[in-house]
Design a binder for this molecule. Sequence first.
Ligand SMILES: Cc1ncc(C[n+]2csc(CCOP(=O)(O)OP(=O)(O)O)c2C)c(N)n1
Ligand code: SF4
Length: 289
Amino acid sequence: MEEQDRPCEYLSGVSPVWCPGCGYYGILSALIEGLADLKLPTNELALISGIGCSSRLPYFVKAYGFHSIHGRGLPIAQGVKTANPELTVLAVGGDGDGLAIGGGHLPHIARNNVDITYLLFNNAIYGMTKGQFSPTTVLFPITKTSPFGLAGESVNPSALAIVYGASFVARGFSVKKEHLKDLIIQGMQHRGFSFIEILASCSSFNTTDMNVARIINNLQMVPEDHNPEDEIAALRLATDKEKINLGVLVRNPRPTLGDKFQEMQKKAKAKAPEAKAQAAMEDLLAQFA
Ligand SMILES: Cc1ncc(C[n+]2csc(CCOP(=O)(O)OP(=O)(O)O)c2C)c(N)n1
Ligand code: SF4
């Protein structure tokens, strides 16, 4: 297939059904512009999502796509990448999808360094089901499922990804489109698991946590002298209480799950003659039993 180099060539033609003012439009724009910069052929790309407004993204992008089951985008993306290592695989989902019902998958995809890029759209609410609190809700405590306020603490997605051992971790903001595009490109170019937390406002059910003006007034770019191999420094930036740090927090390449599987296959093949001889001996012995 010919290379695509115009962002509109990555649009499927299906119009997004997101609400007016939803932060996800900015993410879609950044993504298709990043894909055009990479000139990635659409038949070499697969987008896998869970369930939620964010998880509708594969409908709107021209690529292979799977809008799957709530919380299960990551393991399905791992399966797709393992079955066809030539594909560039993107997983997409919301904070509810990826950190509540699907929260058990992130540590394993991260520690195994599966070579996929995960875009976690963090709007701090369950948008699709009309406004229940999510694991990242902080500043908007009275929701449909918390009429008397939130009982527990929230989680910090980037900090979790760092602690779980993701080899690339970044934080972007849907409004900072050029910056986000650059993060998506860097994440896709990274060999290994790339986790990108994307702050985005839900214009219908939570405009407080990801309030655009508040984020713009509080954000700072990751300092130029930050060493992305220093995970402790990255954790400090990710959990900064004063400022919202945007940029690449961690970049620590190491062998991927696919690399490990190849090594194992070589070992298994090398052992095959021995295994065959063993089976033949057992067959022979069985005749005398
Ligand atoms: C097994 C299961 N449980 C619950 C639901 C209902 N459900 C659909 S989307 C959603 C939450 C979506 O929130 P989030 O993942 O944060 O995405 P957003 O819509 O905000 O982008 C829930 C609870 C479901 N579809 N499947
Ligand atoms: S409900 Fe919220 S997250 Fe869903 S499309 Fe509307 S604004 Fe976006």
